[in-house]
Design a protein around this ligand. Structure first.
Ligand SMILES: C[S@@+](CC[C@H](N)C(=O)[O-])C[C@H]1O[C@@H](n2cnc3c(N)ncnc32)[C@H](O)[C@@H]1O
Length: 280
């Protein structure tokens, strides 16, 4: 669950502030919830050749580390992210588990990557936040060598992912300051339109583009659900300055709204996403 569409400066501020800190705090539960997507990307790396992999918008580093573990001495995986706190968490994890992944804290849209220095570029929900999508993917294309593979996952529409907006719909009557979603602006659902994704990749020099819908059974453990619903996304933003009674009423509204999803100790839902592939 991410933040609503905002401009690049706002995105930078958000991922270095509230959203970044919330993702660091909720790292374990988010990694558990997003594990099926990590597995998809790791599998894609395992079937390729060439061991120089870039993970864009790598956040706290779970996918980067999983790929680095897979590659071992045969390659290297570098994660790039605009968020200081998330990169700090990623580096600490790499050090703790002595996995030789490395991390860059920078804006992937404009970072001066060494040209043609990657065989594969991956991302788990980290490429929907640029303010110039064509410019960003053209920059990534320059970083990729000819024939390199691009593989990322992105959300389809909010309408196809009702679980993702359950919290904000339930909390809206109590929190009038919830930031509105702006369709098409940078943010979680910026790539809802698959044709738009295809046009962006085509215009930025990628070839053999495939934008495939995937429906992935996912879950958030019931014990983590309130943290998930109150710390992240638009509700997390709106609750920042809320008083205790408002927090308590919101928590109750969220408990009721998520109840239909609960089964065997977890909230279960289908994540409606795109699995996007292309070649440099
Ligand atoms: C939804 S999170 C996904 C994080 C990570 N890939 C994961 O699956 O745990 C999106 C990430 O994209 C990063 N991001 C946003 N804009 C970026 C940019 N212009 N350059 C690099 N990273 C960016 C955010 O800081 C955030 O970590």
């Amino acid at each position: 669950m991410d933040v609503a569409g905002q401009t690049d400066d706002e995105q930078t501020a958000l991922w270095n502030g509230l959203a970044g800190r919330a993702w660091v705090e909720a790292q374990e539960l988010l990694d558990q919830a997003l594990k099926p997507f990590e597995d998809l990307l790791v599998e894609a790396v395992s079937t390729g050749s060439g061991g120089r992999v870039l993970d864009v918008g790598c956040g706290t580093g779970s996918t980067t580390l999983a790929v680095a573990r897979l590659l071992g001495a045969k390659g290297r995986c570098i994660g790039i992210d605009i968020s200081d706190p998330m990169i700090a968490a990623a580096r600490a994890r790499a050090e703790q588990e002595t996995t030789p992944a490395s991390f860059i804290c920078a804006n992937a849209q404009i970072h001066a990557f060494e040209p043609a220095s990657f065989d594969m570029i991956i991302s788990r929900f980290g490429v929907m936040f640029f303010d110039d999508f064509v410019g960003a993917f053209a920059n990534l294309r320059r970083a990729a060598q000819d024939g390199a593979r691009l593989r990322f996952v992105a959300w389809r529409s909010a309408a196809e992912n009702p679980f993702m907006t359950t919290a904000e719909r339930a909390a809206a009557p109590l929190l009038p300051n919830i930031p509105a979603r702006r369709p098409d602006a940078p943010g979680q659902f910026a790539f809802a339109n698959g044709d738009k994704v295809r046009r962006i990749l085509d215009a930025s020099g990628w070839k053999d583009i495939e934008v495939r819908p995937i429906d992935v059974p996912s879950n958030v453990a019931e014990k983590d659900l309130l943290t998930y619903a109150t710390k992240l996304g638009p509700v997390g933003q709106a609750l920042r300055d809320a008083d205790e009674p408002t927090r308590a009423r919101t928590a109750e509204a969220l408990r009721v709204a998520f109840a239909p999803y609960i089964e065997n100790g977890a909230a279960r839902y289908t994540a409606a996403c795109w699995l996007v592939s292309a070649r440099g």
